[in-house]
Design a protein around this ligand. Structure first.
Ligand code: ADP
Ligand code: ADP
Length: 229
């Protein structure tokens, strides 16, 4: 499972803005699709359409050959992992924040997800650092750690499909490597649509869709796109 197909999709916002037109592509099960392109190009709109957060004007979106308009929104979204930039962490331990990915997960499952995402070493910390009970564990989490927590949360949810807006905030080299490793585990085996900011993600993507003015201006994998320069 996990094939996603856009057939000549057109989308307009309520104000008539033609945000997307002539969008056609097929993501095979397990592929990573990197969406790149300037701000306002339509990348966020594309990933929102996959979760049916908006209705398209014309064309078709199919998941495993089924038109998503025919699928119940809740069951559509229950198979979809959504990872947004700098996701919100709430009060409570990192463990609880990760568990939010699947509320019925056992402690062992939460810990396994944390380990996969390189977030195990700080799992007992409090993200906001203002609880005095756990001061021995340390306070705030860094930007990089926040990203690892978000990734752990998504790994725990174990979705077949992923829509992901990679964080833009820069982190140190060690954190960068840990995030790349965690991302690799998250993306593996899942059909993923990533608004990509990391070069490593773009390099490893099966397809890169370069979005410009609401259309696919160029496509291919990293090598193909470089060869055309
Ligand atoms: P990107 O993610 O590539 O930066 P978006 O998908 O967010 O681009 O936006 C694509 C276009 O749609 C832009 O012109 C943007 O201004 C417009 N747009 C985005 N959201 C809305 C909205 N809610 N209502 C009207 N226009 C919108
Ligand atoms: P290469 O074989 O080209 O040297 P690697 O496979 O060793 O590349 O990966 C380089 C970095 O990119 C590693 O840190 C790896 O974890 C990360 N990486 C691998 N696959 C992906 C992916 N699909 N998305 C994001 N990062 C990835």
């Amino acid at each position: 499972a996990g094939k996603v197909e856009f057939r000549d999709v057109r989308f307009e916002y309520k104000d008539g803005t033609a945000a997307l037109q002539n969008i056609s592509f097929t993501a095979k099960p397990g592929e990573t699709i990197a969406l790149v392109g300037p701000t306002g190009a339509g990348k966020t709109t594309i990933i929102n359409l996959i979760g049916r957060f908006f209705e398209i004007k014309s064309g078709q979106i199919l998941i495993d050959n089924e038109d998503i308009r025919e699928v119940d929104k809740n069951s559509l979204r229950s198979q979809l992992g959504i990872v947004l930039q700098d996701a919100h962490l709430f009060t409570g331990t990192i463990r609880e924040n990760i568990r939010y990915g699947r509320l019925d997960a056992t402690d062992e499952e939460v810990e396994a997800a944390a380990l996969q995402a390189n977030a195990d070493s700080f799992i007992a910390k409090l993200p906001h650092g203002y609880d005095t009970e756990l001061t021995a564990e340390g306070g705030n989490v860094s930007h990089g750690q926040r990203q690892l927590i978000t990734i752990a949360r998504a790994i725990l949810g174990d979705p077949a499909l992923l829509i992901l807006d990679e964080a833009t905030s820069s982190v140190d080299t060690l954190a960068e490597l840990q995030i790349q490793e965690a991302m690799k585990k998250l993306l593996k085996g899942r059909t993923s649509f990533v608004i990509a900011h990391r070069l490593s993600t773009i390099r490893h993507a099966n397809q890169i869709l370069f979005i410009k003015d609401g259309q696919i201006a160029e496509r291919g994998n990293h090598e193909e796109l470089l060869a055309r320069r």
